[in-house]
Write a protein that binds this ligand. Structure first.
Ligand SMILES: NC(=O)c1ccc[n+]([C@@H]2O[C@H](COP(=O)([O-])OP(=O)(O)OC[C@H]3O[C@@H](n4cnc5c(N)ncnc54)[C@H](OP(=O)(O)O)[C@@H]3O)[C@@H](O)[C@H]2O)c1
Length: 349
């Protein structure tokens, strides 16, 4: 009798690559980092110990906030990066080996272990997400929820409000402007850094008005775009745009402070909101917020977001960068204004 050929499936960890790449912070820069401040290192990929999971990262998020962590600034409620350590950040990936019954091979997960091709950690570090929720797994990294809680919770958006959004062609801003419109804003105004981006705002993203913040004093441009004043300012930038918004705000106006791109892109300290007598006289509210305090909104937002995508009332804009080796340069290009929408790195290419 001839021997019967038996196909044997090797355990998943036997199919893992021997090594993979990760990005470490090589030095703490003064001001903006250069490419020399990052180190790309090849490390071993271990099989999972009991209770651990190995995830092959598909996409990782680039966020200007990472520049703040690189500088070692401890004013954000996030741990700064340490020199010599692999950096961290949001990523989405696929479970490729598991020694914990909570997660199985093939499942899609989001987690904070970006800046590496393979993530190995306790199962609790990963959160399972629905592969069918979006056309691309990268969309699990979008900043729509940031925009939503900034508008609804920090700014208390009301129907009919005139809303101004800065860095409006970026990841958060492109969502904030569109969500404001969908939630009943009367007029939505955006600012961005080039004529092409301004055209993109009033074209595909449906803003009512937009201007290039390089075109003369922001205060003049904002007054032209909002002749009846603004009720809500979604602030991604700080600096001159924040001071102009304070001047143009209506009584009881609300400012949601989401980011500090002026500081993040230059390393120079922000000069603050300006005229406090206007803040007082108009009884303005200026409220900083972080997504982490509002995660209970995720399910409610996700449902609305998917419905808007399905019926075409919201455009999701994304820039995809190829390969982990390109990530440090892309982080710098992000704050130089080279991209639109949410910028992600496709890790395994
Ligand atoms: N609060 C939270 O929970 C939370 C969560 C996520 C992100 N954030 C923060 O929110 C902000 C926006 O994040 P994002 O990912 O959506 O970034 P983004 O807007 O996509 O950032 C990139 C854009 O920043 C703009 N920019 C750079 N320097 C600028 C300057 N000096 N003045 C005005 N615009 C400048 C550039 O656009 P132009 O070409 O238009 O200049 C560039 O395209 C960041 O500060 C981020 O750290 C906060």
């Amino acid at each position: 009798m001839s021997p019967v050929a038996k196909s044997i499936t090797p355990p998943a960890f036997a199919r893992l690559p021997r090594t993979a790449l990760e990005v470490r912070l090589a030095a703490r820069p003064v001001g903006l980092p250069g490419l020399d401040d990052f180190e790309i290192v090849e490390v071993d990929v271990p099989g999972p110990s009991v209770g651990q999971v190995v995830v092959r990262n598909l996409f990782m998020s680039l966020d200007p906030g990472m520049l703040t962590l690189i500088r070692g600034d401890s004013r954000l409620p996030m741990r700064p990066y340490e020199v010599g350590e692999v950096m961290y950040g949001d990523a989405v990936g696929e479970v490729v080996a598991s020694s914990d019954p909570a997660l199985s091979e093939g499942e899609l997960v989001v987690h904070r272990l970006g800046w590496r091709e393979y993530a190995v950690a306790e199962a609790g570090a990963f959160r399972r997400v629905d592969r069918a929720a979006y056309p691309s797994p990268s969309m699990h990294l979008g900043f729509g929820l940031v925009a939503y809680v900034g508008l609804m919770d920090a700014a208390g958006l009301r129907p009919g409000d005139t809303v101004f959004v800065s860095s409006a062609a970026g990841a958060t801003g492109s969502m904030a402007g569109q969500i404001a419109r969908l939630k009943g804003a009367g007029r939505v105004i955006g600012s961005a850094g080039s004529p092409d981006k301004v055209a993109h705002l009033t074209g595909s993203l449906g803003f009512d008005a937009a201007f290039d913040y390089h075109d003369g004093p922001v205060l003049d441009r904002l007054r032209e775009a909002a002749p009846d004043g603004i009720d809500v300012y979604f602030d991604n930038v700080g600096g001159e745009q924040l001071r102009a918004a304070v001047e143009v705000m209506n009584v009881h106006g609300r400012i949601a402070v989401c980011g500090a791109l002026g500081l993040q892109s230059t390393g120079r300290p922000d000069e603050g909101p300006g005229d406090l007598l206007s803040v007082l006289g108009k009884r303005l509210t200026l409220r900083g917020f972080t997504l982490w305090d509002h995660l209970d909104r995720a399910a409610e937002f996700g449902e609305q977001f998917r419905a808007w995508l399905r019926d075409g009332s919201l455009v999701y804009d994304e820039t995809v960068i190829d390969g982990l080796r390109s990530a440090p340069g892309a982080l710098l290009d992000l704050v130089r204004g080279r991209f639109t929408g949410k910028t992600v790195v496709q890790v395994g290419v």
